[in-house]
Design a protein around this ligand. Structure first.
Ligand code: HEC
Ligand code: HEC
Length: 221
């Protein structure tokens, strides 16, 4: 009798706990609303400043700015680096550190960089390069099956934060060039979204990549 009462009580309790679990699941936000805490993020980025700058504005043309980037995109890329899906020799130096962080830590880092403003870049004033970059970025090239970049990265390069389409405005030229080439060669191959960019970049020549990189570097929000 005593035992069955205990069993009954523990049954009720466990039912209660399960119900509470269900509730937290119900209100869990979908992945598109990636939202971390920048104050916590600030304490996790000491080892990043040497390359990406304390405020996410990197000093080298070959290293990407993280400032002003949307949280969803940053979070996804950090997971790719941590989990070994996206490889880069320089980022490899912090991979062991990233592996000590959980998904929430990565969201906090993403929140930290997204709060800074990206410094404005200056496009090279070369008429032919600018004309080609403007034309391709805004209108694409139907004959070569290159869609207009504006449809996903927006007219001023700000991207689409809910969809997680990255901002490209003011991004470093060297990085824009190398990353478009990495999509073209399929070396950049992390996640389904990278397949979209692989098929777009597949049809770009080196000259078109230079023109697009120059154009995007000069965009500002
Ligand atoms: C030694 C230099 C170096 C250090 C240190 C470094 N990074 Fe990077 N990071 C890079 C380079 C170079 C790339 C571009 C990789 C590529 O071309 O695929 C990159 C790419 C990234 C990207 C993707 C940017 C994009 O637009 O897709 C994120 C996010 C990032 N780093 C975050 C971090 C964080 C967080 C840290 C610290 C824990 C860090 N990095 C430390 C050099 C570095
Ligand atoms: C259908 C939507 C779509 C179109 C059109 C599109 N992009 Fe993208 N782009 C994306 C997505 C999504 C990503 C992130 C892919 C990933 O996770 O690797 C991306 C990534 C990029 C990146 C890398 C950003 C970074 O910080 O590493 C560059 C550069 C870029 N696109 C340039 C372009 C250019 C130039 C065009 C036009 C020729 C273009 N994109 C057209 C959706 C698009």
């Amino acid at each position: 009798m005593k035992y069955s009462l205990i069993f009954f009580i523990s049954f009720i309790l466990s039912a209660g706990i399960n119900a509470a679990d269900d509730k937290t699941k119900e209100i869990e936000l979908p992945e598109i609303f990636v939202s971390g805490d920048a104050t916590i993020g600030a304490k996790l980025v000491d080892s990043c400043a040497a390359c990406h700058g304390a405020d996410g504005n990197s000093i080298s043309t070959d290293w990407p700015k993280l400032s002003g980037q949307n949280q969803r995109y940053l979070y996804e890329q950090l997971k790719y680096f941590r989990d070994g899906d996206r490889m880069n020799a320089l980022m490899m130096s912090v991979t062991p550190y990233l592996q000590t962080l959980n998904d929430n830590d990565l969201k906090h880092i993403a929140a930290y960089y997204s709060e800074y403003k990206s410094t404005t870049g200056q496009a090279k004033n070369d008429d032919d390069l600018l004309a080609l970059g403007t034309q391709l970025y805004r209108f694409g090239n139907i004959k070569k099956q290159i869609p207009a970049c504006t449809s996903c990265h927006a007219i001023y390069g700000q991207g689409n934060s809910l969809a997680g389409y990255p901002s490209v405005a003011g991004q470093q030229v060297g990085y824009l060039t190398s990353t478009l080439k990495a999509y073209r060669s399929k070396e950049r191959n992390a996640g389904e979204a990278s397949l979209v960019m692989q098929s777009i970049a597949a049809n770009l020549t080196d000259n078109e990549i230079d023109a697009l990189a120059n154009y995007m570097h000069g965009l500002y929000q």
